[in-house]
Design a protein around this ligand. Structure first.
Ligand code: ADE
Length: 231
């Protein structure tokens, strides 16, 4: 087993690297990858840079070049569900691409031929996350995450995404990472802590809460890794 831990931004992986302490740095395909042995298990860690293209490249590289056999994503998201507040954790049950649009040809939003509107995350790791939450005394919510190459700071767009995909949160990488892992048969887990409500105040809220929410998510993901290496 080799576990990939991925984020999109430096702030999302910094708490993980801090916890590991010792790691080696490898430069590959225009990015930095960090390798470590944690409790006897090999890890590869990286932040991809923002968006679907960079996250696709990083997830593929972690699997195809570094040999990762499981992938966990840690980061922040904008809330769609009014029940989700800043700092709350959401685990993706399935993910979609809200900006994928060939509706002109009669297809639904998020769909291209031979693809699927939703990609489902690994059920075993979702079940494990419930146990981890209980152990940590934290509440996590399961839900649908919608991904697109847009920072959403608009109530109307957010509500449309919520309605069209039944999504509870939105971000910019999970859906593409899901496509990669699904195609390469690598079980994946996507966790996000809320940084904003994807509304007109989103950019201010994001700047204010990126670091603290990223730490919330990273701490939880490392507890998941603890479980995986102990299994
Ligand atoms: N990640 C965190 N907040 C976001 C937002 N409002 N839009 C897109 N990605 C995000």
């Amino acid at each position: 087993m080799k576990i990939a831990i991925m984020g999109a931004m430096p702030e999302e992986v910094a708490p993980i690297l801090e916890k590991l302490g010792e790691y080696s740095t490898i430069e590959y395909a225009g990015n930095k990858y960090y390798e470590a042995t944690y409790k006897g298990v090999e890890l590869v860690i990286a932040y991809s840079k923002i968006g679907k293209v960079f996250s696709t490249l990083t997830a593929t590289t972690m699997i195809e070049h570094f040999g990762a056999t499981k992938l966990l994503f840690s980061g922040v998201a904008g809330a769609i569900s009014p029940e989700l507040k800043v700092g709350d954790l959401i685990v993706a049950t399935k993910l979609s691409q809200h900006d994928l649009d060939i509706t002109a040809f009669g297809h639904p939003f998020g769909y291209v031929p031979e693809g699927a509107v939703f990609v489902e995350a690994d059920e075993a790791m979702i079940a494990m996350s419930k146990e981890v939450a209980t152990e940590m005394g934290k509440t996590i919510r399961e839900g649908i995450i919608a991904t697109g190459d847009q920072f959403v700071a608009n109530e109307e767009r957010k509500n449309w995404i919520g309605k069209e995909f039944g999504a509870d949160a939105l971000e910019m990488e999970g859906g593409s990472v899901a496509v990669v892992c699904d195609a390469l048969s690598v079980p994946f887990f996507i966790l996000r802590a809320i940084s904003d409500a994807a509304d007109m105040d989103a950019s201010f809220s994001f700047d204010e809460f990126l670091e603290t929410s990223a730490v919330e998510s990273a701490e939880f993901v490392m507890k998941m890794v603890d479980r995986l290496v102990a299994a």
